[in-house]
Design a protein around this ligand. Structure first.
Ligand SMILES: Nc1ncnc2c1ncn2[C@@H]1O[C@H](COP(=O)(O)OP(=O)(O)OP(=O)(O)O)[C@@H](O)[C@H]1O
Length: 292
């Protein structure tokens, strides 16, 4: 059954929160608009001379409000990256409509940023110049982009490393630089594809803390792919669980816990463990067959 409102036509389970208010930094409660929406989306990759290819993802229906952080989890190959690539305009939907930041996605959308597991820093550029690259392409004046890059590097705890080259930084620092580069474009919407999966457990937690703080303080909207169930609970307002291929959303879990801006504290809460347990059940972690 679907619910219809002037803004969305999506599954009832997914919209039941959509008209609710969310807490903004400082405790203000503001009603928020939908920033990311998938309506009846499917995607297939037809090969040459192939009329009909099987769907990789199908019947994707969900809405994410401004300022929400939503994680996407699911078995390997279920189409999580494909979904994100449709959100960021890298892939077009085979059927259905993808809306981001108030417009239908038909190519790259302004004010949307993408961050991947690989930092993709250019080895021949200093860290500062790497952070400036998107602004250079967008023709932001030199003095302005230098100031923004310095500010972002400071916010990402890399002040003093502006003139270093990527090879002179640790993996965690490089990923911080990639985050600074992503945030320098002042995106409203972030698509994050396992941005911390290559980092060690402790560095990962520190970076999660920084990201959570930034997303919360600046009211960014984020859709975040992860295989780390604790990370999903620590960082998100909601978690969308996908089935195996053809991937579709089988469950939406609201993370009804405090400290979305402080994942280190949230991890310690008694409510965190049961939520991780529920996700393990949904993904059949530990069931015979899932171990191979
Ligand atoms: N450009 C493409 N052309 C053809 N097939 C593709 C393309 N991109 C993705 N696929 C296929 O879509 C399926 C889903 O891939 P996708 O990377 O979206 O899954 P995923 O859930 O992100 O996987 P993982 O968790 O392992 O990263 C795979 O079978 C993949 O081969």
């Amino acid at each position: 059954m679907t619910t219809t409102s002037p803004m969305y036509v999506v599954n009832e389970s997914v919209t039941r929160e959509s008209t609710a208010a969310v807490a903004a930094p400082g405790g203000d409660v503001t009603p928020n608009r939908v920033e990311i929406e998938f309506r009846g989306v499917s995607k297939a990759f037809p090969q040459k001379d192939q009329q009909q290819a099987p769907a990789v993802v199908k019947d994707l229906n969900f809405a994410i409000r401004k300022g929400e952080v939503v994680s996407l989890i699911g078995p390997s190959g279920c189409g999580k990256s494909t979904l994100l690539n449709m959100g960021s305009g890298l892939y077009s939907a085979t059927t259905g409509t993808v809306m981001v930041a108030g417009q239908e996605v038909k190519g790259p959308v302004k004010r949307v940023a993408f961050m991947l597991q690989k930092d993709l820093l250019m080895p021949w550029r200093t860290i500062q110049k790497n952070v400036e690259v998107g602004m250079e392409i967008a023709r932001v004046p030199k003095a302005e982009r230098q100031a923004i890059a310095r500010d972002m590097l400071a916010k990402c705890h890399l002040a003093g490393f502006e003139k270093h080259y990527p090879f002179q930084l640790s993996g965690g620092m490089r990923q911080r630089a990639a985050l600074a580069r992503t945030l320098a474009m002042k995106p409203d919407v972030l698509f994050l594809d396992e941005p911390f999966s290559a980092l060690d457990a402790q560095t990962k937690m520190v970076l999660q803390q920084d990201l959570a703080n930034t997303l919360y303080n600046e009211q960014k909207t984020a859709l975040f792919i992860t295989h780390d169930l604790a990370e999903a609970v620590a960082l998100s307002d909601r978690i969308l669980v996908m089935s195996s291929r053809p991937g579709t959303i089988i469950e939406e879990i609201t993370v009804d816990l405090p400290f979305r801006n402080n994942p280190l504290e949230r991890r310690k809460l008694p409510g965190t463990g049961p939520l991780i347990g529920r996700l393990m059940e949904l993904l059949h972690v530990g069931d015979e067959g899932s171990m191979h």
